[in-house]
Design a binder for this molecule. Sequence first.
Ligand code: UD1
Ligand code: UDP
Length: 387
Amino acid sequence: MSQIKLLNIVGARPQIIKASAISRAIRTSYPDGFTEIIVHTGQHYDKELSDVFFDELEIHKPHYNLSVGSAGHGRQTSMMIIGIEEVLLKEKPDCVILYGDTNSTLAGAVAAAKLHFPVIHIEAGLRSFNKTMPEELNRIMSDHASTLLFAPTNAAFKNLINEGFRPENSPPYTIDNPKIYLTGDIMLDNSLFFASLAEKKKAEFMGSLSLIRDKFILVTIHRDTNTDDIQRLLDILQTLKTLAAEKDIMMVMPFHPRTILSLKSKLEAFYDELFECNNIKIIPPVSYLEMILLEKNCRMIITDSGGVQKESHFFRKPCLVLRKETEWIELVSNGTAKLVDADPERIRDEFLDFLDSHPKLEYPGFYGNGKTAEFILNEILLMFEKE
Ligand code: UD1
Ligand code: UDP
């Protein structure tokens, strides 16, 4: 068969990062196997949530940018579906690759499946079992519109089986006869690849923030449940502010614009107070290489992000998860991540436990061998060879 035409759909920050693993694996291992078209829905559009990753991670600039921007779920997703459908009809790819669980993922799944383009879902099978999360609905619907599903963990693979997917299906694979795989996580591919590059390319970064290895905590918050519920946001940040002062430890907070917007519009006085604190540094979102340096050098990570939870594991840091549940349950069973919700007491207790009692933590290889992108591409090639 001639080259396989892949249409990659990205939109939010972590999807651009994930797509870079596939792009890199095509360049290095399958340069003659695939042609890649990148469609950016425009869900994220600020330079530091989008362009910075294309520049830094050497991904081809989007062939199409739908410039959908921010809006309510219905409007945002429907505008994406309309735009993606037009691109699909023009490009007629062999298949469509979707990443994760955002509105861009769902829009891609709906548009592609209805036009009968095979959907390949990377990060399939993850479940929080909390359907009030927009991401949970996006995941379930995208998985059930897919032809090849790559589950990054045992738990995700089992979730797919529990929903009726059959590991024994044989080719030809279709939306009605999908194939599920247990792979690793392409985010590990990226962390391994970029970790030493980050040290070289961003040698000045830690110094520019006056940060010393092991002497600071990294905090990210962006989930709607935390940013839009002002009491939760206040509970989390009040608790962290108190702990930072009490333990005299720096907390670095590269915040998503959504979090800054809530702080500025609904907690203005408290936001000003945070800026007065010597132990709190609220900074704009950082680039991926900068983020890696923060993760590698910090003492502990506190986050509600899916990607950052896993990166805490890749860089062997204890992690407090500011959620009631997580899709990455192996981290919690392993004891290196603790679910603390937005509960001041739990945040405090688990923070002090990790900081003061130096528990012995192990970081087993839950997420593959760093070659997951190659595995995925190879399976895509096989699918088309068998046709
Ligand atoms: C989205 C995903 C979430 C993912 C996150 C990664 C959905 C439903 N949510 O959440 O799963 O974890 O991306 O970061 O798809 N905004 C800006 N500049 C931008 C983009 C957004 O200021 O470039 C602000 C706007 O006020 C916007 C808000 O952030 O309304 C939320 O953006 P949106 O893309 O809807 O969701 P995220 O919270 O980014
Ligand atoms: N990230 C980044 N800069 C930041 C915050 C996060 O590069 O300021 C990276 C992070 O290292 C991870 C990904 O973005 O690879 C996670 O994205 P996010 O937290 O926005 O979303 P989620 O993973 O929860 O969907």
